[in-house]
Design a protein around this ligand. Sequence first.
Ligand code: N01
Length: 532
Amino acid sequence: MSTQRFDAVVVGAGFAGLYMIHLLRSEGLSVQGVERAAGVGGTWYWNRYPGCRCDVESIDYSYQFSQALEQDWVWTERYAAQPEILAYAEHVAKRFDLLPLIRFETSVTRAHYDERAHRWTVETDKGDVFDTRFLIMGTGCLSAANTPDFPGLRNFTGRTFHTGLWPQNGVDFTGRRVGIIGTGSSAIQSIPIIATQAADLTVFQRTANFSVPARNRPVDPATVARVKANYADYRRRARQQPAAFGPDNPRNADSVLAATPEERTRRFEEYWQLGGFMFLGAFGDLAFSEEANAYAAEFVRSKIRETVKDPSTAELLSPKGIIGCKRLCADTGYYETFNRANVHLVDVSRQPIERFTAKGLVTGGQEYAFDDVVFATGFDAMTGSLLRIDIRGKGGVSLNEKWAAGPLTYLGLMVAGFPNLFTMTGPGSPSVLANMVTGVEQHAEYIRDVIGWLRDADAAAVEAEPHAEDEWVQAVNARSQMTLFPRCNSWYLGANVPGKPRVFMPYIGFPDYSAKLESVRAANFAGFALQR
Ligand code: N01
């Protein structure tokens, strides 16, 4: 196949890739999008498991670059479900005529930088070879599915599914014996629904997770009308929030430690009723002090004990650690599901899953037989989707080598030694700790501006300066140390993937990050070096 030349190749057609393609084309660049899936939507294309929905409210979880789009699109639920978000991504792709620019069912396998030409050679599994000046990775933070390497898995004769790679046409569990491994967000959303279909559902739990009721409901037309009447102001206020959403959500700054027991309970109850992440806004010190956090954790445990009838199951479902350290889950009827006679909970914290057999799996010396096993075992987060591609920068150094001890980036956007390569919502940016749609829009616009700066200067390439990268990595780390985030084995730290370096990857605090981007811009893109 002959080599095709472009100004930019954008990898991924999720929310990040779609907007990046749109912006670069508007700037007059020739752009080729490449997407592994058969359609757009990224995470919302692949995660089709029952109950899948967003934990950021739909009023926030949408693009803000087009006022017409913002006004026209109508969400039906407070927390949009996967089919609706996928329909939105498809609508955007059609409305802005992006589909002709994307090659679907195609995965990028290699990307090597030619230092003399200042260009990337990009190869795909379909045999394409693209010669491009800019390479922009919109490959997602939670798109490399993680299936543990269980011995004997290949011997299992039943069906297996991963929540993050769910079959296009859904799965019928009617009358079947189903096992599910994991109790993260994906499991907590899917378990209540699978339980209503399956003859029997067994949940294998290694670590109990904190979950709060989502309190999902149809959108309130009055709220939507109020927000849409001045969406720009709503968005501006949202960007000032730590996670870039929910500007109208009540948040308290006062300390739980200063409250009386009655005040504490009243406040926690009030925030429990609001639903979702808002619970953690009940007091200002929950993310910073273990002593403060323990009160919130105990409140949730008391709710679990109230809800789950069998005391030993309730005890097993009660998380021991810091609430909000692993990502808080938002559910619809999760704990209630364990009151069903056809649902069983198996603790694999002390006796791990040993192996699979033809009939099922073995733990604690006991074999459990299944027709279907669901892996709700998460993702190789933030770096996995980048490192599975053979990316080589200057001197033939691979990204895998460069990141052997953990990801190194400047602003989560560029990597020293890898000119003209951009990582959208990369490690070192707020990414998964903020509204992802707002994060990708911010990055797409910033990348466009860095490229514009390069073109105005008639330069050949732009690269992060090593000292700027070092300082930024330290800043990201120092920030995380001010919080409780590093104190548990979360995927934010890579702790869920055996052998992955333990480094806290996202930058905490969207407003400070935005201020940093703007100060870098004002200083003529300090920390980025042009090459001629
Ligand atoms: O994955 P997870 P997820 N044996 O990594 C267990 C987003 N998301 O797909 O905690 C037994 O959270 C593992 O146990 P442990 C959201 O950001 C959002 O659920 O490591 N168990 C854990 O229980 C979320 O945080 C939404 O001990 C094993 C589970 O598998 C992120 O995606 C919905 C195991 C993995 O949980 C990831 O969520 C869904 C083993 N060998 C997802 N290996 C919403 O918007 C792993 N586990 C609401």
